[in-house]
Design a protein around this ligand. Structure first.
Ligand SMILES: [Fe+2]
Length: 142
């Protein structure tokens, strides 16, 4: 739902030819996508078979890390933390979760991971991690 609302808002801003405040946009996007990465971690954790203990622990750790990064991005938005430090941490964490999702999606396709996650969902969350990494690399240039 949050992703659909963000998309609609972006389309409306383009239609209205709004002038974008890039710095403000970076803060908001980092808070948004860090939260999405945390949510992905939580539902991956919840859809794994209980015997997949290592993946469950890893997903839980990512959820905690991205929840913290969401708080930090919001603090940066409120100007109480430097954004650059948050962006650097977000890049590092997102590379790691991207690799986790890549490994997980491959494992689902090869029926090596016990879960009720459909491979298409694995592919979707992997694409979003890659999308966020692309945004983060742009943010480093702003
Ligand atoms: Fe999504």
């Amino acid at each position: 739902m949050r992703e659909a609302i963000l998309y609609l808002r972006m389309v409306q801003r383009i239609q209205n030819r709004e002038v974008i405040n890039l710095e403000q946009e970076v803060y908001e996007q980092e808070a948004f996508w860090n939260r999405i990465m945390a949510e992905h971690s939580l539902f991956i954790r919840g859809l794994l078979d209980p015997t997949e203990y290592e993946f469950i622990v890893t997903a839980n750790n990512f959820a905690n890390e991205f929840n913290e990064l969401t708080v930090e991005a919001i603090e940066a938005l409120e100007k109480t933390l430097p954004l650059q430090a948050v962006t650097d941490e977000s890049i590092k964490a997102t590379i790691e979760i991207r690799n986790f999702k890549q490994q997980g999606t491959q494992g689902l396709l090869e029926c090596k991971i016990r879960s009720i996650i459909i491979p298409l969902l694995g592919d979707h969350v992997l694409r979003e991690a890659n999308h966020y990494l692309r945004l983060l690399s742009l943010f480093k240039c702003i």
